[in-house]
Write a protein that binds this ligand. Sequence first.
Ligand SMILES: C[S@@+](CC[C@H](N)C(=O)[O-])C[C@H]1O[C@@H](n2cnc3c(N)ncnc32)[C@H](O)[C@@H]1O
Length: 617
Amino acid sequence: MEKLDLTTPNFTDENIQKLSELFPNCVTESSDGKVIDFDALKQELSNNIVEGNKERYQLTWPGKAESLVTANTPINKTLRPNREESKDFDNSENLYIEGDNLEVLKLLQETYLGKIKMIYIDPPYNTGKDFVYKDNFTQNKAEYDEESGNVDEEGGRLVSNPDSNGRYHSDWLSMMYPRLKLARNLLKDDGVIFISIDDNEVGSLRKICDEVFGVRSFVSEFVWKSRQNKDNRNATGVSVDHEHVVVYCKDPSFRSVRGAARNLQQYTNPDSDHRGRWASGNMVGLLPQDQRPNCHYDLVNPVTGINYGKPNMGWRYDSNTMDRLIVENRILWPSNPGGRPRRKKFLSELTDEYTGFSSIVGKDIYTRHGTVELDNIFNDKYFDFPKPSALIKIFVEQSSGKDGSVLDFFSGSATTAHAVMQLNAEDGGNRKFIMVQIPETTDEKSEACKEGYKTIAEIGKERIRRAGEKIKEDNADKDGIDELDVGFRVLKVDSSNMKEVYFSPDNTQQSNLLDLASNIKDGRTEEDLLFMVLLDWGIDLSVKIERREVAGKTVYFADDDYLAACFEDNLDEGFVKSLVAQNPLKVVFRDNGFANDSVKINVEQIFKQADIEVKVI
Ligand SMILES: C[S@@+](CC[C@H](N)C(=O)[O-])C[C@H]1O[C@@H](n2cnc3c(N)ncnc32)[C@H](O)[C@@H]1O
């Protein structure tokens, strides 16, 4: 029987495969297997004869190539569910994932490939005081210990990145680049990513985003006036009162933001026009006479004979169109010859409910609102500079549709989850969130730590619990508020559930055989195994999970009858026949879960006949 793979995909191999489909002549063999012949590839992509490296337009930094390898290197970790820390585990479709986001993004590649409608991230800004996660796992222990730095709960390294560090910008770019590459894979074709950033790295961020998403996928660089009162401490004399939110899309042929809601109240019907409510629109042109000569003419009311002349930029329509508008009685003529005729725009003829969304965002929403909001939730200061949920809500509303999945993989105090729940409560949407946060330890002297919140992830989870209840309370009179999903499933990155023998059976030594009777690590639960299988089979991690007894064995059914998983021992043909009667599409067992080898062989046949896909771990 085929074994589940249980490692994230090897993107390098996949990339070579894709290129080889396009340029089969550029693939060659080496002692490591298939490799690309870059000289041949360069030549394929050039009309001229290629002579070695030429200068070209690109952003590069020491460590860029390594960070690309980091993005492509597979890992064999897993996500373990944690019921105790979850809220409404069985019914919620939201996820809270604890771990380094690079690993999480890799683990999500199969399941969420092309499924995320919107990503919002607020990464460390590289101010010289931030902690940046060090992805270099190849350092030896001595080098590792030498680095001053904080250690997260899993023993990973969050190292401070002071601006005195010679690789100050490079380290930050090396941290962001692989994460953005992996994040892009998760976006739907009409998906959009919003990235908060300040002046320090906005330039380099735009450049790596151009590379990762494509220049044509640039949507906007929003400016948010984040500071209400001036900062007079800056040596340059400038009070930097804004931040940026850089926006890129997956595919520029889709509209990225919904647009601002029109003010429909301006549509009235004071003259009882039979065509219904209308608003008046400006008809002054936009281009000078030499560029639009046909729009430069005197406009005369054919009934009164009043000549309104022509504005400097002419009219918006040529004279033929204007004649039609006049005949159709769509022009508002001022009684004063010095006035400007305008046109009637009818509500019933609006083709788009929304108007352009300003690139200046978050009017009257300031950083301090985020601080006050979180302080109120915890009755104390637990986290520095959370974003105001009202700001994130604007982005979610603009780009997630009404039921899209929203991912934040630098989620901090989980403001994005708060914004998603709030917006769903307001507009009846059914958006889901996926928060990712490394269990970065809180400062021992901080109020959060003293109150028992040892990691930022603990603050984030508690914030969602409290904010969700408050949102329900505040909207208690709304229809359907009881169905609002304010729960979340907690999943934590951990080493694989499988012993090393699963991945490299050839390395097994005779002396270890007894220990390896089971290929599953001690302490791993059936639910751990189930989630590992969901991940590997690319099944949504928020699917409904049901435990049923089948012929005396516990079977987990995921997404109704899509997948049936049984990790018990002594499975016999009788059990398998009962399971087949439940009509699952896919089934999974433990490799050594069968009563004996002949059962295993028969079982494979039974499933084949029933057209059910079967795998073992
Ligand atoms: C600027 S904060 C985000 C704040 C958030 N927008 C809020 O409103 O609370 C960045 C967060 O990313 C987290 N972080 C940094 N490196 C990470 C990594 N490699 N994986 C996951 N989270 C990380 C930090 O712990 C920090 O909480």
